[in-house]
Design a protein around this ligand. Structure first.
Ligand code: TXA
Ligand code: MG
Length: 338
């Protein structure tokens, strides 16, 4: 298959929408990462998303809408808390897991009776969903296990020849995937995957916000995952990622220098000084900046031939928690504590 590269023109959006309606796969930019889109109600099209990604069939897809009114066409029930959050944060990087209507195919929801729904903010994503005239199921457009793509080139690196088209939308602003929540009861939002909309952001609209323990630590082998995505190793570059918890930058620097060697790199805060003798890459100081650069740096480290990357650990509050979570998952939750 020859994968078309399409641009932000009315003709190209119409071409992309037509491909989606015909059951083909089109990758498109969102404000978080690139998604791999298919008509959410076409079971065959959705099956080919799983095949193109190499994704386990029990890991459900997020259904993307362009208008808040489409929520009723997908969810069997929309509790008041969900409506409040949709009004506050949509369009934007928030996915809500709600009971699904029967016409949403089981393959889309990974066999669950719930479905993740999100209304993205990126103008090209919204134009595509509107033009296609159907909700679009879209996981991140990487091969399963790889870092999520934040440029059209990353999508091509993973998907060229496997999908019909990619819409070119430049570098994604957010950089990490949306916050995924479900509801434990009428007033409690439960964060299954942290994103740029933080627990602190959600709190004013909820009675309580609970962060799933699997955000911080590896799921026990016999534990039931609240979200199937928690079970799988994710976001990893080819290099081994080792977060280093150090009492000071000097301690971090000494540790890394003692482990210098071929293919050894470090990933630092934006304002950190160099580690003498080690190639250094930086991913920013604030949570938002680190989120924007994390997956980009992972892919650059792969291209540079890194085999071992020592990383300065992000904070765990606000938007930083999303970066902490992706980093820990890339590292299989193994940390060096000095
Ligand atoms: O920002 C994003 O969310 C991007 C863009 C393209 O929108 N999409 C994305 O999709 O990250 P994906 O498939 O890579 O991640 C979806 C996550 C998975 O961890 C999945 O297990 C969880 O959401 N999820 C989806 N539906 C669910 C459900 N019904 N119950 C529990 N977890 C669900
Ligand atoms: Mg993904």
């Amino acid at each position: 298959m020859n994968t078309l590269l399409l641009y932000d023109t009315p003709e190209d959006i119409a071409t992309a929408a037509d491909l989606i309606r015909r059951g083909e796969l089109v990758a498109f930019p969102t404000e978080t990462v690139y998604g791999l889109g298919a008509d959410a109600c076409n079971a065959d099209a959705v099956r080919s998303v799983f095949a193109a990604k190499g994704r386990p069939a029990d890991n459900p897809l997020i259904v993307h809408i362009a208008d808040i009114r489409q929520l009723e066409d997908i969810a069997a029930e929309v509790p008041p808390i969900a409506r409040r959050l949709a009004e506050a944060f949509w369009p934007g990087p928030l996915t809500m897991v709600l009971p699904k209507l029967p016409h949403i195919p089981d393959v889309t929801s990974g066999g669950l009776d719930t479905v993740g729904i999100r209304m993205p903010q990126h103008p090209m994503a919204r134009a595509l969903i509107r033009a296609a005239g159907c909700p679009i199921a879209a996981p991140s457009a990487n091969r399963s296990g790889r870092p999520s793509p934040t440029t059209a080139k990353h999508v091509m690196d993973d998907m060229d020849g496997r999908i019909a088209a990619v819409l070119e939308g430049g570098l994604c602003e957010g950089g990490v995937e949306s916050t995924v929540i479900c509801f434990d009861d009428a007033e409690t939002a439960h964060i299954l995957r942290p994103g740029l909309i933080s627990a602190e952001d959600l709190a004013p609209y909820c009675g309580a916000v609970r962060i799933d323990p699997a955000v911080y630590e590896r799921l026990a082998p016999d534990a039931k995952a609240a979200s199937p995505g928690m079970k799988y190793k994710h976001y990893a570059p080819k290099a081994k990622i080792t977060p280093v918890e150090a009492p000071s930058f000097a301690a971090f620097s000494d540790y890394v220098q003692a482990h210098a060697g071929d293919g050894v790199y470090c990933l630092l805060y934006g304002s950190d000084p160099d580690v003498p003798g080690i190639p250094c890459v930086r991913y920013g100081d604030s949570g938002r900046e680190q989120a924007h650069y994390l997956f980009l740096r992972f892919r650059e480290l792969d291209e540079a031939g890194a085999s071992q990357v020592y990383v300065r650990i992000p904070r765990q509050d606000g938007a930083s928690l999303s970066v902490y979570n992706r980093l820990m998952r890339a590292a299989g939750f193994e940390v060096i504590s000095l």
